[in-house]
Write a protein that binds this ligand. Structure first.
Ligand SMILES: O=C(O)COP(=O)(O)O
Ligand SMILES: [Mg+2]
Length: 226
């Protein structure tokens, strides 16, 4: 590593999907329910894993493009989104699972006095119940969804907002995530990042985005931060 001076790190911004929660199967089921209602061909979980990363609307846009083999009008997407949201809300947590070590790692950081935030591209309305359902709410004093501000990752806006809210300098916070959007957002905000290899990153190697460190399991971030 790596991070310039870990002794300065006071806060960690965590990504959610592909970092703390493996949510791909529940997202797949919601996408498939929508496609099925529309009489369109279904997609696979493998495909959905490649489409996750830019929020629910882009996910559904990619699914519709695949299923219709055509570009998707904004109006069509706007009609479908309420159905996607309805389906996903029914089964936010049916198949989703925490990745190995999540509770222990968050507990350790929290107990060490590190402030924790969620900075996800997942819509806020799904993020809050999912965190609650997995017993994670108490770890996070700030939760930003993909629709909480004007812009989402890879734009730095959510991270800059968090740093402003908590009065943090660039070397006092790091971003931990599975996607190049997390690493790009961190770089644009001027902060360090740790890339995780087990999540969803459009089928690409997270190392190609040049995070400050790459970890294969969440547990491995602890010695880099504490
Ligand atoms: O919902 C998405 O597309 C990605 O969510 P994430 O930012 O938590 O990975
Ligand atoms: Mg992610």
């Amino acid at each position: 590593m790596v991070l310039a001076d870990v002794s300065k790190v006071k806060a960690v911004a965590f990504d959610l999907d592909g970092t703390l929660v493996d949510s791909a199967l529940d997202l797949t089921v919601a996408v498939q329910d929508c496609l099925s209602e529309l009489g369109l061909p279904l997609c696979s979980e493998e495909q959905v894993r490649l489409w996750i990363g830019n929020g629910a609307e882009v996910l559904m846009h990619r699914a519709l493009m695949f299923a219709t083999s055509a570009d998707v009008e904004e109006t069509r997407l706007a009609e479908v989104m309420p159905r996607f949201k309805w389906h996903y809300q029914q089964n936010l947590q049916k198949h989703s699972r925490l990745y190995a070590g999540v509770l222990a790692v968050l507990g350790r950081l929290h107990d060490s006095g590190i402030r924790l935030a969620i900075v996800t591209n997942k819509p806020y309305a799904f993020t809050v119940p999912l965190l609650a359902g997995f017993g994670l709410s108490a770890f996070f004093s700030l939760v930003l969804g993909g629709d909480s501000l004007d812009k989402m990752k890879p734009d730095p806006q959510p991270l800059l907002h968090l740093m402003h809210e908590w009065g943090l300098k660039e070397d006092e916070i790091i971003m931990v995530g599975d996607s190049k959007n997390d690493i790009l957002a961190a770089k644009a905000a001027g902060i360090g990042s740790i890339g995780l290899t087990y999540g969803y990153n459009y089928g690409e190697d997270i190392a190609l985005s040049c995070p400050n460190a790459v970890c294969h399991q969440l547990n491995d971030i602890l010695p880099l931060i504490l």
